[in-house]
Design a protein around this ligand. Structure first.
Ligand SMILES: Cc1cc2nc3c(=O)[nH]c(=O)nc-3n(C[C@H](O)[C@H](O)[C@H](O)COP(=O)(O)OP(=O)(O)OC[C@H]3O[C@@H](n4cnc5c(N)ncnc54)[C@H](O)[C@@H]3O)c2cc1C
Length: 392
């Protein structure tokens, strides 16, 4: 490891790897550090992604695709199913990944573009001069080190410290964080090409349970609930109850706990010499909690802006704020819209969910979209307009 780089990226998740890859492709000297000894492990994710979004950043590879998903099924609290078939979802639904391999593959693209990768290397602080970030302090295999950079990228996930060290407020309100627990289960009866979602306060208050297939009889079975809905029962207890009910014969191969920001993008993603990408910048989707593709999108935008600023000799807060603007242009509108939807749907009662699910039986959506769904719901259930007012 050298003592000076153009760019140091802290965190080897999908967002950090994309920032490192993009900056390296622009000819910059890039260091990507990851505190764990293996990139991608342990996984804290249900591993679902949309095909179209993914294709923007990685060519699909059977080595890290576990399941090709053709449809989604949503179950209301009383068990009524809404089937969003392949035809309705526009033929190209998504994949369930093997992130242990996927994250490593993305990091490999950064390495092949010229970035230096160091694992078991943790950032422990930032070097600041006159309020501008000029490097990191870190620990590698027990040894302290310092490394300088023209720009530092905070890609250190939901528990990000890098932003806070630079004076950016990254605090999440309880209502804006989804706390999750998940089992990787085997020997269970599932529909191998369907991602299933279970709604209702007994399964996941202010959230949902997911069953994402990873093979013919294997799936990520998990739940996320809003921190504000916590009343003494932990996510792990909720998912254990669900698994006992739904898959009593199933075996648990892995347990995961984690969190996802569902706040929408941070008001500020950059300052002098520093940008935040991925979960560190809260770019994950407020409704689904999905953050892989948005994280990669933010990483790529950041990589381009950083290259432009470094080549122009200006990494001030003003120059790097171009990243905020472009990230907001590309991701902000849908994050803002989905945040508003989240604020409404997480308050909807079990009874209303059942009424809505009953009324949608037999409805076929041509190219399913959330606005089309909302329109259909309100047309068929004028009585729920008050409860869903924020969506209209
Ligand atoms: C249970 C659960 C299920 C989810 N399911 C989905 C899903 O199905 N689809 C989806 O799109 N998203 C899902 N998400 C969200 C998704 O996992 C994240 O949005 C995504 O991983 C964010 O990518 P990232 O690169 O920003 O951060 P991460 O993937 O979290 O990577 C951050 C990296 O930074 C490293 N790091 C942290 N601090 C330091 C430090 N000081 N020094 C060096 N390295 C450091 C960490 O070890 C980590 O490897 C889920 C999340 C959870 C918790």
């Amino acid at each position: 490891m050298k003592s000076e780089y153009d760019v140091i990226v802290v965190g080897g998740g999908p967002a950090g790897s994309l920032a490192a890859r993009t900056a390296a492709q622009q000819g910059l000297e890039v260091l990507l550090i990851e505190k764990r000894q293996e990139i991608g492990d342990p996984v804290r994710c249900a591993e679902g992604v949309g095909k179209v979004g993914l294709a923007e950043y990685m060519d699909p590879d059977p080595n890290w695709i576990c399941a090709d998903i053709k449809k989604a099924r949503i179950f209301s609290p009383d068990g009524t199913m809404i089937d969003i078939s392949e035809k309705m979802a526009g033929n190209e639904v998504g994949y369930v990944l093997e992130r242990k391999i996927f994250d490593r593959a993305v990091a490999k693209t950064a390495a092949r573009a010229g970035a230096e990768v160091q694992v078991k290397t943790q950032a422990t602080g930032l070097i600041l001069e006159d309020g501008v970030v000029t490097g990191i302090r870190g620990k590698q295999r027990g040894n302290d080190f310092e490394a300088r950079a023209k720009v530092v990228v905070g890609a250190d996930g939901v528990e990000s410290k890098v932003g806070r060290w630079a004076g950016i407020n990254t605090t999440l309100k309880l209502k804006d964080v989804e706390t999750c627990a998940q089992f990787l289960m085997t020997d269970i009866d599932i529909v191998p090409d369907s991602c299933d979602f279970y709604l209702g306060s007994k399964y996941a208050p202010g959230g949902y349970v997911w069953v994402f297939p990873k093979g013919k009889r294997e799936a990520n079975v998990g739940m996320g609930m809003l921190g504000s809905h916590y009343k003494g029962k932990h996510p792990i207890q909720y998912i254990r109850d669900f698994a006992d009910w739904k898959f009593p014969e199933g075996k648990i191969l892995e347990t995961v706990v984690g969190a996802v920001p569902v706040s929408g993008m941070l008001p500020r993603l950059s300052t002098g010499g520093l940008v935040l990408v991925g979960d560190a910048g809260h770019v994950s989707d407020p409704i689904t909690g999905g953050g892989i593709i948005n994280g990669m999108a933010s990483g790529r935008i950041a990589g381009h802006v950083i290259a432009e600023c470094i080549k122009g000799g200006d990494v001030s807060a003003k120059a790097l704020s171009k990243y905020d603007r472009l990230a907001r242009e590309e991701l902000g509108k849908s994050l803002d819209k989905n945040y508003k939807i989240k604020e409404v749907v997480t308050r909807v009662s079990d009874n209303t969910m059942n009424v809505v699910a009953h009324s949608l039986q037999g409805v076929e959506f041509e190219n399913f979209t959330i606005p089309k769904l909302v329109k259909e719901i309100v047309t068929r259930n004028p009585g729920v307009i008050k409860e869903l007012a924020g969506l209209i």
